[in-house]
Design a protein. Structure first.
Length: 522
């Protein structure tokens, strides 16, 4: 088996509480298969001179990590990653902030990380890069002469082309993304948006529904829904300590129904709307007063970004308002916990809650939805209320699917869940659990690595000969390209409609073009 080298901005520390889907699903998969995990160690140092690589082994995983400087933390992590790319990818152009310095820092950090990793790679390592912090990472590695196959998985949504073009450097970013051999997405919608951009704005052509020829390269763009480790989660939820916590929950909380929400305190998670929906539940169905509690666990995240500080204030005000209006000496309607909790405590809380409320306004996948299903008692399960805008909704059809912006609809779904007959709950949960098992952490990792390591035989030769013509594929029955393309005077196909904008930092264009055109191929 080839050595796996995972690269991500956030590297989980197995001894600490992880709140973030990426860290959770990589750790689950990597612990089993083994390999190297390279990335930021979460530390911030005063100057670049203090940056050094450290190495540590835990079980089958070797952690190779490095800190970033204070300047890069501000301009790269908080700046380009979380004040520009994150809001754009979550369709929130109103919150996006772009500066040339932050984009430059993004390029700088990617370049420094690639420089640190390149000398440690073996020629047959499989390299798997994760998430929006590292889009140009493969292009940077290629510039260091790395010829390995390199894959990329995007944990967050990929927006429609006319949203993406709001990023001033979108052309450079997308060219860089084409330096990967396999690009993976959470949902079909994300994959389609990506392919649309390549075809409509970059003159790409679909060779098959998952293979694109673009910018002189051929890459695979497929869907690999991220998942959780079902057995380990349900085992945590059924330990004797978990049982004690569940009993405590019911003894202390007089109410019959506990509704649980677990999310980083991020504006994409729809928490204010969720609280307003809970308030509507108490208004529309007053019989739930003193009978239902909403427990929201929302650890802090990216607090130095203004939009995150704003959401915290809004949520605190809302929980105070609801508790003030409806609460009584013996009942607190909203219990709001602003910190991370151990995973086994989470598992127990999920199991002890009759409703799992997962209502993001936009989310790549949302592993909390899957964890909630995995933790339930199969003979007496709770009900999942799930936003249609979570990637998980593409798969988890048997949940009560809601529009999180429609507070009355969400309130009605909660009421539906409260009154749902046990038999219906069991039927829905059985179907959901089967889907969560089918797309678990192991299948996600194996599926991606298989695509990266062993492209389908008929395409293998094409993937290694980027100049191969479409005609060469006909004998293998590859369907005609789906995009509407026309021949340009230079013989290259061009898109009939483009999203290109003239404005793009010249340094970036030149650098990206150099990197891509000189990229050695596996
Ligand atoms: P995201 O990646 O945007 O944070 P996900 O729902 O996909 O969203 O993943 C969140 C992960 O973080 C889940 O595994 C969840 O259990 C974990 N998590 C969220 N909140 C907490 C918390 N308060 N304490 C511990 N873990 C948390
Ligand atoms: O899943 C999206 C994501 O950005 C992950 O990359 C990350 O693990 C999680 O959210 C938490 O974010 P951060 O790494 O910024 O704390």
């Amino acid at each position: 088996m080839k050595r796996l080298v995972v690269v991500s901005n956030r590297v989980a520390d197995p001894g600490c509480l992880a709140s973030g889907g990426l860290a959770v699903c990589i750790l689950d998969g990597l612990k089993e298969r083994g390999g190297v995990w390279f990335g930021w160690n979460g530390e911030i140092v005063a100057s670049e001179a203090e940056i050094g690589v450290s190495c540590r082994r835990d079980g089958k995983v070797t952690f190779v990590t490095m800190p970033i400087s204070e300047r890069d933390y501000k301009e790269h992590y908080l700046g380009f990653c979380n004040a520009a790319l994150w809001p754009v990818h979550h369709y929130r152009l109103d919150l996006a902030r772009f500066t040339p310095e932050s984009c430059e820092a993004y390029r700088r950090v990617n370049s420094r990380f690639a420089e640190a990793l390149a000398p440690q790679l073996n020629p047959d390592d499989l390299i798997w890069v994760h998430d929006y912090h590292l889009i140009p990472f493969a292009a940077e590695l290629r510039a260091h002469g790395v010829r390995n196959r390199i894959g990329f998985f995007l944990h967050i949504p990929f927006p429609p082309p006319d949203v993406l073009v709001a990023v001033p450097e979108h052309e450079w970013l997308m060219e860089a993304m084409c330096a990967y051999d396999v690009v993976g997405f959470q949902t079909r919608t994300d994959q389609a948006n990506f392919c649309r951009f390549l075809c409509e704005a970059m003159g790409g052509e679909m060779v098959t529904p998952e293979v694109v020829r673009v910018s002189g390269r051929v890459l695979t763009a497929s869907v690999f829904p991220a998942g959780v480790c079902v057995d380990s989660f349900s085992a945590m939820a059924t330990r004797p300590e978990a049982e004690k916590r569940i009993q405590w929950l019911h003894r202390r909380g007089e109410p019959r129904t506990n509704i649980i929400g677990v999310d980083r305190l991020d504006y994409t998670k729809g928490l204010p709307d969720r609280f307003r929906s809970f308030k509507r539940l108490l208004e529309l169905y007053p019989e739930n007063r003193k009978a239902v509690t909403l427990m929201q666990i929302a650890p802090p995240t990216r607090e130095e970004v203004k939009a995150y500080a704003d959401i915290r204030h809004e949520l605190e005000a809302l929980s105070g308002e609801i508790n003030g209006q409806f609460g009584d000496f013996d009942w607190t309607p909203v219990r709001y916990v602003h910190r991370s909790v151990p995973r086994d405590t989470l598992a127990a809380l999920y199991r002890g809650s009759q409703i799992g409320l997962v209502t993001p306004l936009r989310d790549g996948m949302n592993l909390v939805a899957k964890e909630y299903v995995a933790a339930q008692d199969e003979t007496d399960p709770g009900v999942l209320v799930l936003s249609r805008f979570a990637g998980a909704a593409e798969d988890l059809e048997e949940a009560l699917i809601v529009n999180p912006y429609d507070t009355d609809e969400v309130a009605q779904a909660m009421q539906h869940a409260i009154l749902m007959p046990k038999q219906e709950k069991i039927e829905r949960h059985t179907a959901l659990l089967a889907r969560v098992r089918e797309h678990d952490a192991r299948n996600w990792m194996e599926g991606f690595l298989q695509a990266l390591d062993a492209p389908p035989a008929p395409l293998a030769s094409l993937l290694s000969t980027p100049s191969a013509t479409f005609d060469a594929l006909q004998p293998w029955g590859v369907p005609a390209p789906t995009a509407q393309l026309s021949a340009a005077p230079n013989g290259r196909a061009t898109a009939s409609r483009g999203f290109r904008s003239a404005a793009m930092p010249q340094a970036h264009s030149i650098r990206a073009a150099e990197i891509i055109s000189t990229a050695p191929r596996a």
